[in-house]
Design a protein around this ligand. Structure first.
Ligand code: BGC
Length: 414
């Protein structure tokens, strides 16, 4: 009898102690598994641990995050959502509509996020006016990376038009160098495609096609020219491109096997993790054409039970948008901070170019969400476009046929 009374009293004491002094814990689902990505996420793990948090890592390999999103769906359907998930763009609102996201407005308000984030980024983090995600960075997608020595040895400048790119590639092929390091995975095909599309359609055309899904633009002669350029570029990749991971393509540029890669600036994270120096070992330039395709990584918190998990979500959200984390993380990741008040003194010339171009494109209306990285469209629509892009790249489909299929796929995706 005495024992039972004692047990009851101590469990009440324990319960109240834990609800007041929760031990923050988080199971974090993400797809940051390459060299540069792993170094970056380690920064967050360390800060979380330094602040008393216990981190359970749930990495799901696969660039672009398709595999991670499949794993997420399985977990949520099983009624066992992870605490925090790398999630971005309209997918945040899609999960919110399913009623499974936690509201992190109290952290956002206490930390004054509205004052330090540009409206273009903050808008992606809101669901019906509440804060439902925390932004980590701004990645730019429309970049071209090059091996400095290879360009010099072949007397080639960074291309400023697609014609110049094609001429450089022909010259490199004649010299026995692979012009374009590419990994034949659907999301990588889409990444190259949207950079080409921005260059050829221009910012307004890109917006009409991949934000507004305007049928006339999707079937225009300019869109045919975009697929023509993709067909030309198919001739510039090596025979083993199929299925290759993006970071292995970056390694081909690093070691001089290939001259160029068209990829977002997470590729810079790979160069940096390997000790390469921008401007010396490798070069960065925006792909030919005007505009800026942004891709903002963010984390959403899922509705979970337990004081420790809720405390973990609050701590994680606070740290992610914190000034120090945004600096150190982005120095490793290749991106620039989402916060506008973080000093860029420690950042390299590629990051400074990104920041200046982002500001200029925001001012002149050419700052655009990346469709290939899930910032512009809902999953059904972006998936429909990517299916056509990759089918075209991996077959002898004509550009006219690709454009017809594009319009049809988009129409069927609603
Ligand atoms: C993400 C990056 C990531 C890249 C490759 C992109 O969609 O935004 O953070 O490094 O995919 O995995």
């Amino acid at each position: 009898m005495k024992m039972t009374a004692f047990a009851a009293v101590s469990s009440i004491a324990l319960f109240s102690a834990s609800s007041v002094l929760a031990n923050p814990e988080a199971e974090v689902l993400h797809w940051w598994t390459s060299g540069g990505e792993a170094k970056s996420v380690a920064v967050l793990q360390q800060e979380f641990a330094d602040n008393g948090g216990t981190w359970t890592d749930m990495p799901v390999a696969g660039g672009g995050g398709d595999a991670a999103m499949t794993a997420l769906r399985a977990r949520v359907l099983a009624g066992n959502a992870p605490t925090a998930v790398q999630l971005k763009g309209p997918a945040i609102q899609e999960w919110y509509e399913e009623g499974v996201l936690a509201d992190i407005s109290s952290v956002a308000e206490a930390e004054g996020w509205a004052d330090v984030l540009p409206a273009s980024i903050a808008d992606h983090m809101k669901c019906d006016g509440t804060w439902c995600a925390a932004p980590v960075n701004v990645h730019r997608v429309d970049w071209i990376w090059a091996n400095t020595d290879v360009l010099e040895a072949n007397d080639i400048e960074m291309p400023t038009s697609w014609d110049e790119f094609n001429a450089a590639a022909e010259k490199l092929m004649a010299a026995g160098v692979i012009p374009l390091a590419h990994g034949g995975q659907a999301w990588q095909d889409a990444t190259v495609f949207e950079a080409v599309a921005l260059g050829i359609l221009g910012a307004d055309g890109f917006r009409k096609a991949f934000v507004e899904l305007d049928e006339a633009t999707l079937t225009s002669d300019e869109m045919i020219a975009v697929f023509d350029q993709m067909r030309t570029m198919r001739g510039f990749v090596d025979p083993n491109f199929s299925g290759r991971d993006w970071n292995l393509a970056t390694a081909m540029v690093m070691n001089g096997e290939a001259a160029f890669q068209i990829m977002g600036d997470w590729a810079k994270g790979e160069f940096m993790a390997a000790g390469k120096v921008p401007g010396e070992d490798f070069l960065c330039a925006s792909t030919p054409g005007d505009g800026f395709l942004y891709n903002v990584d963010s984390f959403a918190m899922f509705d979970v039970d337990g004081e420790d998990k809720k405390a973990g979500q609050d701590l994680l959200a606070k740290l992610i948008v914190g000034e120090s984390f945004q600096e150190v993380f982005n120095l490793n990741k290749g991106s620039i901070p989402a916060r506008t008040d973080v000093s860029l003194d420690a950042f390299d010339s590629c990051a400074l170019l990104s920041s200046a171009d982002m500001q200029a494109s925001s001012d002149n209306g050419s700052l655009l969400p990346s469709y290939a990285h899930g910032m512009a469209l809902r999953g059904a629509q972006s998936g429909a476009i990517t299916d056509v892009v990759t089918a075209h790249f991996n077959s002898d489909m004509s550009s006219a046929e690709a454009v017809a299929q594009l319009a049809q796929a988009v129409a069927n995706s609603y």
